[in-house]
Ligand binder design. Structure first.
Ligand SMILES: Cc1cc2nc3c(=O)[nH]c(=O)nc-3n(C[C@H](O)[C@H](O)[C@H](O)COP(=O)(O)O)c2cc1C
Length: 198
């Protein structure tokens, strides 16, 4: 069987980001189970905050097409986001909002066609005990309702994340590792079924 193409996207890109660490760990676990993983850095898109005047004057920034293409060629997406005051980060929402403005051309799909029926898994990390759980609830609604993505029911919120990793970047707690694997396996199972049905 063809290996699964997994796109892993952290919702924070700051130096030392706990969500980057969790995303990197999940990417490693996915590679170990045979997936082809692409890690996507949303900061590299250098997007302005969405503004209709910018769109009217210069169109959707060219860099957003890289996000659309990465999602198009992936079998599944893993988003690993912190929460800011209970919400997903502006980095994620802004990039997806811009992507929703990409119109189809004769040779490329619209932003919303690229996401439709695309399996997506959610993880989150926080130094707090809740592990940014609330951000995933909003993301689930946002990605399903507006982007028609297929969000797997399994998700993982890593609390006290600043104490969770060893020096090699692995999760120290075996239960935490199992929780990461549970989301990855559910995502792989759904993505395999969706790919078989295409
Ligand atoms: C504006 C802002 C709001 C935050 N709100 C929350 C919150 O609602 N819940 C939470 O668990 N942590 C919250 N935090 C703390 C973040 O979880 C913490 O900074 C975390 O390390 C960010 O993720 P990162 O390490 O991947 O960058 C907030 C941080 C910022 C900067």
């Amino acid at each position: 069987m063809e290996p699964l193409n997994l796109l892993v996207m952290p919702g924070s890109t700051r130096t030392g980001s706990l969500n980057c660490q969790l995303a990197r760990f999940a990417a490693t676990r996915a590679r170990e189970s045979g997936a082809l993983v692409e890690e996507f850095n949303l900061r590299s898109l250098e997007l302005p905050v969405y503004d209709g005047d910018i769109e009217a004057a210069t169109g959707v920034p060219e860099s957003v097409h890289r996000l659309r293409s990465a999602i198009s060629r992936a079998d599944a997406v893993l988003l690993v986001t912190p929460e800011y005051n209970g919400f997903p980060t502006p980095l994620v929402i802004n990039a997806f909002d811009w992507m929703s403005r990409i119109q189809a051309t004769a040779s490329t799909p619209s932003g919303l066609v690229a996401t439709a029926n695309k399996p997506v898994g959610l993880m989150a990390a926080s130094p707090g005990a809740g592990g940014a759980l609330r951000s995933m609830n909003f993301l689930r609604q946002y990605l399903q309702m507006a982007f028609a993505m297929l969000v797997v029911p399994q998700q993982y919120a890593l609390g006290i994340a600043h104490e969770a990793f060893d020096e090699a970047g692995s999760l120290k707690d075996a239960r935490a590792v199992r929780s990461v694997d549970t989301v990855l396996q559910a995502l792989a199972k759904l993505a395999t079924a969706v790919r078989a049905g295409q």
